[in-house]
Design a binder for this molecule. Structure first.
Ligand SMILES: Nc1ncnc2c1ncn2[C@@H]1O[C@H](COP(=O)(O)OP(=O)(O)O)[C@@H](O)[C@H]1O
Ligand SMILES: [Mg+2]
Length: 314
C-alpha cells in the first residue's frame, strides 16, 4: 500500500478541474520517491508533453495548510533562491492542489566527491547573502526561534541513550537550551534541507524543494543542518566538522552551530522513540539514523577533543 495519496484517489471533478486550469488532458501521473508526507506528490504529464509537479490533500487534512504555506513561500522567495516557480493553487470540491514548476532530475548525491556536495553550500551562500525582504517575512510569518523548536535531551523518558550521549547529557541539555538564543536572524531559512528535499535539475543543478518549513533566521542554519545529512551520505564526521568550521556562514557562528546541532540531534533522539506514525512509514527509522549521524563526532565544545573524533558507526 503506498503511503501517499495517489492521483487516482482524487475525486474525478478535482482532476477535471485541474485539466481545465492547466489547459490540457493529463495523460500520466508519477509519484516521486522521497519525502515523508502522505499528501499527493506527483509529476503530471499533459497531452502536450508539458510536465508540472503537484501536491494535494483534502481541505481537512493538516497537510493542506502546509501546502498552502509552501505555495505562499514559493511566491515570496527572492529571485536568486534555488527554488521551483509556483504555477497555481486550485481549491475545488474540498481539495487543495498546489501546482509547481517541474524539476527534471534525481535527488542530488551528497556523498564524498560528488559535485553536488560543493554546489549545495554555494547555493546556500547566495541565499544567505542578503536579508529577506518584507514580502518573504510576511509569507513565512515566523522566526526560527518560534518555528524550529527542538526539544529532546531534557525529556526524562530518554533513559536508553548510548554512552556518548548519556556521558555528556548535562552539556547537551545546556546546548539545547541555548539554541533559541541563537535562532535570530534576517535571512531566508529553508528549514528542512535533506537530499530528498532537493532535486538536481538537468538545467538548474541542485534546487531546493519542500519549502513548507521555511522561516526567517540566521543564514547559517541550513548549512549547519546539512552536517548530519553529509554524515549519512558517507562523509567522515571529521571532514564535516572541517567543512563547518572552514565555511564563512557556519565558521563565524560556532556557538550557534553547536547549540543547533546538539538540539537537532536531541530532537531526533526523542522523535525516534515515539510511536510509528501510520501515514509516514520510515520516519522513525530515518530519525534513528539521523540521530546517530548527529551523535557522530564533530568539533564542538560539547565534545572531548581526541576521544570523540572517531566515527560512532552510524
Ligand atoms: N518541483 C518538483 N519537481 C519534481 N519533483 C519534485 C518537485 N518537488 C518535489 N519533488 C519530488 O517530490 C518529492 C516529494 O515532494 P516534497 O515537496 O518534498 O513533499 P513532502 O512534503 O511529501 O516531502 C521530493 O522528495 C522530490 O523527489
Ligand atoms: Mg519533502
Amino acid at each position: 500500500m503506498p503511503h501517499r495519496i495517489q492521483w487516482s484517489d482524487l475525486p474525478g471533478p478535482v482532476r477535471t478541474h485541474l485539466e481545465h486550469a492547466l489547459g490540457g488532458r493529463i495523460v500520466d501521473a508519477t509519484g516521486p520517491a522521497g519525502g515523508f508526507g502522505h499528501q499527493l506528490a506527483a509529476v503530471l504529464t499533459l497531452a502536450s508533453g508539458r510536465r508540472v509537479f503537484v501536491k494535494a490533500a483534502p481541505d481537512d487534512d493538516p497537510l493542506t495548510a502546509s501546502n498552502v504555506a509552501e505555495a505562499a513561500v514559493l511566491h515570496a522567495l527572492p529571485h536568486r533562491a534555488p527554488a521551483p516557480d509556483p504555477i497555481t493553487l486550485e481549491r475545488t470540491h474540498g481539495w487543495t492542489v498546489v501546482v509547481i514548476e517541474h524539476l527534471d532530475g534525481p535527488h542530488p548525491d551528497l556523498g564524498p566527491g560528488s559535485p553536488d556536495t560543493a554546489a549545495v553550500p554555494e547555493r546556500l551562500d547566495k541565499l544567505a547573502a542578503d536579508p529577506a525582504d518584507d514580502r518573504y517575512r510576511t509569507a513565512v510569518g515566523t522566526t526560527a526561534a518560534e518555528s524550529i523548536r527542538l526539544h529532546g535531551w531534557s525529556d526524562p523518558h530518554l533513559t536508553d541513550l548510548d554512552p556518548w550521549a548519556s556521558g555528556r547529557l548535562d552539556r547537551l541539555r545546556d546546548l539545547e537550551q541555548a539554541w533559541p538564543a541563537h535562532a535570530f536572524g534576517d535571512r531566508v531559512v529553508h528549514g528542512d534541507l535533506r537530499a530528498d528535499n532537493m532535486v538536481r535539475d538537468r538545467i538548474h543543478g541542485p534546487v531546493f524543494v519542500d519549502w513548507a518549513h521555511a522561516t526567517l533566521g540566521p543564514g547559517w542554519v541550513d548549512l549547519a543542518s546539512l552536517a548530519p545529512q553529509l554524515v549519512l551520505a558517507g562523509h567522515r564526521p571529521v571532514d564535516v566538522a572541517d567543512l563547518l568550521t572552514g565555511h564563512p556562514l557556519t565558521g563565524n557562528a560556532p556557538d550557534g552551530v553547536d547549540a543547533f546541532l546538539a538540539a537537532l540531534t536531541g530532537h531526533w533522539e526523542r522523535g525516534s522513540r515515539q510511536g510509528d506514525p501510520a501515514r509516514a512509514p520510515g520516519l522513525r527509522a530515518y530519525q534513528r539514523r539521523a540521530a546517530a549521524a548527529g551523535r557522530a563526532p564533530r568539533r564542538a565544545p560539547a565534545l572531548t577533543p581526541g576521544q570523540d573524533r572517531e566515527p560512532t558507526g552510524c
